[in-house]
Design a protein around this ligand. Sequence first.
Ligand SMILES: Cc1cc2nc3c(=O)[nH]c(=O)nc-3n(C[C@H](O)[C@H](O)[C@H](O)COP(=O)(O)OP(=O)(O)OC[C@H]3O[C@@H](n4cnc5c(N)ncnc54)[C@H](O)[C@@H]3O)c2cc1C
Length: 431
Amino acid sequence: MKPYVVIGAGPMGLCTVRRLAEKGINVLGLEAHSDVGGLWDIDSPTSTMYDSAHLISSKRMTEFEDFPMREDVATYPRHDQLKRYFQDYATHFDLYKHYKFNCWVERVEPLNGEWRVIYRCDERQYEVIAAGVLLANGTLHEPMQAQFKGQFDGEQMHSSSYRSADVFADKRVLIIGCGNSGCDIAVDAVHRAKHVDMVVRRGYYFLPKFVAGKPTDTLGGKLRLPNWLKQRIDGTLVRLISGKPSSYGLPDPDYKMYESHPVINSLFLHHIGHGDITVRPSISSLTAEGADFSDGTKGHYDLILHATGYKLHYPFIDRLHLNWKGDAPQLYLNVFNPLHPNLFVMGMVEAAGLGWQGRDEQAKLVAHVVHLQQTAPRTAEAFFSRVKAKSGQRIDGGMHYLPLERMAYYVHKADYLSALSTEMHELATST
Ligand SMILES: Cc1cc2nc3c(=O)[nH]c(=O)nc-3n(C[C@H](O)[C@H](O)[C@H](O)COP(=O)(O)OP(=O)(O)OC[C@H]3O[C@@H](n4cnc5c(N)ncnc54)[C@H](O)[C@@H]3O)c2cc1C
């Protein structure tokens, strides 16, 4: 049997390979780096990690449920502990044997219902004809670049290439963007830079990592409240715990809680409150020495760091095969492709608290569908009529997510998991 090719050995690729192999499916994993772990391996040429990065969600909310992290691992482990965790995972489930490492996938093209996969390992080009392809090459690699008028003569970098706070030593620094990475990096910069300014264009909900000694994302329990009630209760709680952003000189959010990804950081507001980080409004123009801001003020900098996020990027395949419309491929459950029943986009899913277990649930369903394609083709065909009918549907649980590019593949965690499990159940009962 021709193999199913999985691109990537990050958390998503690993659980995908595991679930396919468990079903007895011939699987070939191709990974650009020399080991597993995805972006959590800071030494990988594709990693966007930085020295100080730790989990933002807590370990029990993030780990694979049937492979818990050791008790002695911190609640919010550092990236190197996670790299070890994924190495242990791959060893435990015997996944290394399925992978070829140091192999970059360069091209994926359809070929009479199958796929030609062209890849390069150590300067040699190879080709494999695959029964199916599963793209698990990650969503946080390709920088989203903001465009500004004017030109800055100093140093500029995107957070994707930021590694260590040494880069800030004795510099006047401007950080653009106030997402989770931007806030982490600003906190790093405070200890090394001459001073740190940060451009914050819109309001965010800021949460500390712990409340009353418990990881913040474990509060609230499993009780499912209507969106409006949860948003109101949690919005009020955040206000009580962190205060109004405007009391720190930050814009207040003009949207409800959970309509965008919150910032989880215990130190960012602390440093603003101590005058270590100066908040700036949007940039009206870059200048040779720094930037002019929309409130008429000016700043002079040595380094401008763009923490402007990432965009989806599948450079080895034509977009038309991905049913790409607007900012993202339009796929059923963010995975299943209405144009090609044997092409799956794995891990193109973001939600507060989805963790790697949510990704594993996705992998289990995909492996089940691939298995049905081989053993019960009629059931698989019926499933793909649903895929065609529903590929434009978004699982937002009725939330009005902000119309941002990075929110284009955001889902409502509880509804997403429930949709995966409903499909699994329907497939099980219809065979
Ligand atoms: C600083 C930071 C903090 C984060 N914190 C959290 C958190 O707290 N909780 C959470 O759930 N998520 C967090 N994330 C999100 C993170 O993306 C996921 O945890 C997870 O790593 C996604 O797994 P993945 O396997 O989809 O992608 P990745 O981990 O990005 O792995 C993709 C793999 O594909 C390989 N690859 C790419 N292109 C090719 C190619 N052409 N050929 C062969 N191989 C290729 C790469 O080398 C890589 O190994 C964080 C991300 C960052 C950057």
